[in-house]
Ligand binder design. Structure first.
Ligand SMILES: [Zn+2]
Length: 249
């Protein structure tokens, strides 16, 4: 069984000295694809270096909305160049966040600019969105992002929102929210949307203690869909690999 974590921050400061051990543990648990989104442009080289060293690790450089102020012509050029590397399989995590105290216009400029870079590089986008879903989907629609697709990461919205996202080619990133006792909306979403639109993620270390938590999320998804763990691994990994157009590095 091969599982895929489509959103993990392996280079988070709290994991500094433990990254190789964590990757090894993930491999032992059957997780053979770890996709790391970017946060700020200062991380990008490190994300790519780790992806170069570790067979199961891939990189998705980009500016998180919290770092939107970094967006400039030279950062755009840097991102464009990185998109040509074999370790880079997506642009992320990009989007809009109404909760952050970062100017909304700055966020929007960085988001639009990065969507454009992703589309011209033919790479999918990893979307971060808090309380801005209509705007995010509009921007993606206007830009024609359906042609590259993407993942709506850390999904916790309604079935209706999931359907709108799917319509423009976004897969639904199912993470540890599914494990919450009081989760209502997400179980309904994973039961009702097409199997080929589901991918798994941990968003560790923010949302989970480590990549192994992915197996708990997979178990819960399996239970809700009536799938075996084998089927769950096969379906969600095939979805991730198809979106990311994965070949050997
Ligand atoms: Zn994240």
């Amino acid at each position: 069984m091969i599982f895929s974590d489509t959103h993990i921050h392996l280079l988070a400061p709290e994991w500094r000295d433990t990254v190789p051990r964590r990757i090894e543990r993930a491999t032992q648990a059957g997780i053979e694809l770890l996709l790391q989104p970017g946060v700020g442009s200062a991380d990008w080289d490190n994300l790519i270096e780790l992806a170069r060293l570790q067979r199961s690790v891939y990189a998705a450089p980009g500016l998180h909305p919290m770092c939107a102020a970094e967006w400039s012509a030279s950062v755009a050029e840097q991102l464009r160049e990185l998109c040509c590397l074999p370790q880079v399989v997506a642009v992320g995590e990009i989007g809009l966040d109404a909760v952050l105290e970062v100017d909304q216009q700055l966020q929007e400029n960085a988001f639009r600019g990065q969507v454009e870079v992703a589309i011209s590089a033919g790479l999918p986008v990893l979307i971060h969105c808090r309380k801005k879903i209509a705007e995010v989907l509009n921007i993606l629609r206007q830009a024609g992002a359906g042609e590259v697709g993407g993942i709506l990461h850390g999904f916790s919205g309604s079935v209706e929102t999931a359907r709108q996202a799917i319509e423009i080619g976004l897969l639904i990133g199912v993470g540890p929210v599914l494990l919450r006792e009081n989760a209502r909306k997400l179980p309904a979403v994973v039961e009702q949307i097409p199997a080929e639109m589901l991918v798994l993620e941990t968003d560790a270390p923010d949302m989970a203690t480590g990549p192994e938590v992915l197996i708990d999320v997979a178990r819960k998804l399996a239970e809700l869909r009536g799938w075996s763990m084998e089927e769950t691994a096969k379906i969600t990994t095939a979805n991730a690999r198809r979106l990311l157009k994965l070949q050997d590095k």
